[in-house]
Design a protein around this ligand. Structure first.
Ligand code: HEC
Length: 110
């Protein structure tokens, strides 16, 4: 009986430790807001690296728009692109517009 109790204690400790590392892992993997939004809302058309081009999506690595114009496209949509003004907050739109700038740097680095 004592043994069983010990085992129970042991496993609950392992469990506690396990979930502990889980949360630190989550913290470490915490992504910047822009990337998080991009992954959730933009990858389906633009692809992870911005250049997938599903349903005619613009290659974001080749975009020449400035930040204001990008924000406007994301906010109001354009042709096949969804308007995100009812989905994302202004701050989130700014964050994801900033993230599309990073795509440009990443791919031109190659
Ligand atoms: C339904 C598919 C779709 C989704 C989802 C989508 N886009 Fe687009 N996006 C497009 C298409 C199509 C175009 C080109 C529109 C055109 O030709 O006028 C475009 C154009 C753009 C442009 C303009 C690029 C330029 O230089 O002209 C930006 C910036 C952009 N998208 C960013 C985003 C961001 C950020 C998200 C996520 C919040 C997103 N898009 C989600 C389809 C999509």
């Amino acid at each position: 009986m004592k043994k069983l109790l010990f085992l129970g204690l042991f496993f609950s400790m392992v469990y506690a430790c396990g979930s502990g590392t889980e949360s630190t892992k989550e913290k470490r993997a915490e992504t910047p807001l822009g990337l998080k939004i991009y992954k959730r809302y933009c990858v389906s058309c633009h692809g992870m690296y911005g250049n997938m081009g599903t349903s005619g999506a613009f290659d974001l690595t080749k975009s020449t728009l400035n930040m204001d114009e990008k924000i406007s496209v994301i906010t109001n949509g354009r042709k096949l692109m969804t308007a995100f003004k009812s989905i994302l907050s202004e701050e989130e739109i700014k964050a994801v517009a900033n993230y599309t700038e990073e795509l440009k740097v990443k791919t031109s680095d190659k």
